[in-house]
Write a protein that binds this ligand. Sequence first.
Ligand SMILES: Nc1ncnc2c1ncn2[C@@H]1O[C@H](COP(=O)(O)OP(=O)(O)O)[C@@H](O)[C@H]1O
Ligand SMILES: [Mg+2]
Length: 353
Amino acid sequence: MKVKKLEIQNFRNISGISLEFDDEINVICGENAQGKTNIIEALWLFSGAKSFRNTKDSEFIKFGEKKSKIYIEYEMLGVKNTAQIVFDDKKTAFLNDKKLSNTSSLAGKYNAVVFSPTDLTLVTDGPDKRRRFLDTAIGQLYPNYIEILRSYSRALMQRNKIIKDYRYDKTVSIMLDVFETEIADMGNKIINYRKKYISVLNNYVSKIYNGISCGKENIEIFYLSKNDILNNEILKTAREIDMFTSTTSVGPHRDDISFKINGISVRNFGSQGQKRSVALSLKLAGAEVIKEISGEYPICLLDDVMSELDEGRQNYILNHIRNWQSFITCCDTSNVKNLREGKVIKIKGGEVV
Ligand SMILES: Nc1ncnc2c1ncn2[C@@H]1O[C@H](COP(=O)(O)OP(=O)(O)O)[C@@H](O)[C@H]1O
Ligand SMILES: [Mg+2]
């Protein structure tokens, strides 16, 4: 994957810029709050995933404006493409000038992997972060998975809405049956996708982590699920508790992943350095899976991570991504002194200087 050109209009603090990129390394440099991450975010959104900054679509539009546009020209497997996303009161995506039914249809048509300081929360925070990691990664590879997730959460929401009535009115059982069948059906698909993804990921993560830790440590990832298979019976039994909480206590929306180094949980017992290395290995491994399935490395977005890493890890990443097109933000070019080639883009107040 190579992005050749990016044009931005009224996106975040950027009124209008047009950038052409190097096929290998692009360093985006500038002081705090100048628009570096906004550029990374724009490049990320074409993957069809949500922003890594957890924002609403309306927040992308520059304050005081009504419409925002991001446009790219890129090459995938040697084929030239253009893509555009327009944000106004809704969000519209175009691939090669053809309007798509939704932006998530861009998944698989453009591949990116993003590293940001918040990645550490993948290891340290609650399970929702890890589920999101899985869902984003799988959704990028299989657009169909995003549809499955959507149907699942729709059915879940409907069940949660009526489950409290079940306490007083057992006739809602008929409706619950319908939603629970959908939850079980979609839920099993989700569990299968996730387990399959993790088994592929495991091979790469262990190799990469081994490299980062200089062969001293072994890592393994496990998918944690209360029920290996979800069915109506399990959901029906759960009604007795769920009716008091208006939630659904079983299903893949409650699952988690666990990381173990030499058999010990990283989340509970790992050092800060180990956690950081796990997060990094996961992302790099995710990119390897994309390569395996799509035939090409994704673009690599490194947002403010270089300064946080010790030199050993910095060099490990830079070596690992040597043949990928990468976009690296930093405040100070001294953080990327190990990079000799590539293009440096200086950003100030949402403009190129
Ligand atoms: N919708 C928006 N309209 C205008 N400015 C915005 C919008 N969203 C974010 N910003 C501004 O963008 C700047 C942050 O840009 P960012 O790319 O995160 O900076 P950095 O260069 O530190 O990565 C902040 O000054 C913020 O106020
Ligand atoms: Mg930033």
